[in-house]
Design a binder for this molecule. Structure first.
Ligand code: HEC
Length: 127
């Protein structure tokens, strides 16, 4: 019994592979396109007349760097609890095993896998 527990503990600590963009694309299609649009440009079905308008998510890197940290905290709702009620909070949806994600400053942050996948997808659609 003891040995089984140890094996499980080791398995739980093994770093999971970083999810890739296609994994995030599926989550995006399920949870985001109604506002941000199929292409992420902010032209979803619900976007008409919405104020503020859903952001164009293909232009997040317009300053030259993909703002990983801002995107992570935005989606997770940490930074918007009271101030911007327009975008639903995805905190519940985004629970799960954590994977390390590299932030702009080079540090690694443990992030729930679905959130990491969504971020990888968003980074892949920058233009
Ligand atoms: C109900 C409509 C709606 C849905 C659904 C929605 N968003 Fe948003 N989103 C918005 C609006 C409106 C804004 C701009 C206002 C704001 O910043 O909250 C925004 C802003 C953002 C931003 C910030 C962009 C920036 O410039 O910092 C990100 C990132 C984002 N959304 C990602 C997502 C992702 C990923 C999903 C799906 C998990 C999602 N959104 C689902 C309406 C929505």
């Amino acid at each position: 019994m003891k040995r089984v527990l140890m094996v499980m503990a080791v398995a739980a600590c093994t770093p999971a592979a970083m999810p890739d963009a296609p994994e995030g694309a599926a989550l995006f299609a399920e949870n985001c396109i109604m506002c941000h649009g199929v292409t992420g440009r902010g032209d979803g079905e619900l976007a008409q007349g919405m104020k503020p308008a859903p952001s164009d998510l293909t232009r997040l890197s317009r300053n030259g760097v993909f703002p990983t940290e801002r995107v992570l905290s935005h989606i997770d709702g940490y930074t918007r609890m009271d101030t911007q009620p327009e975008m639903p909070e995805f905190g519940l949806l985004l629970r799960g095993d954590s994977v390390p994600v590299e932030l702009e400053d080079g540090t690694q942050s443990p992030v729930p896998r679905p959130l990491a996948a969504l971020t990888a997808y968003l980074e892949s659609i920058q233009r």
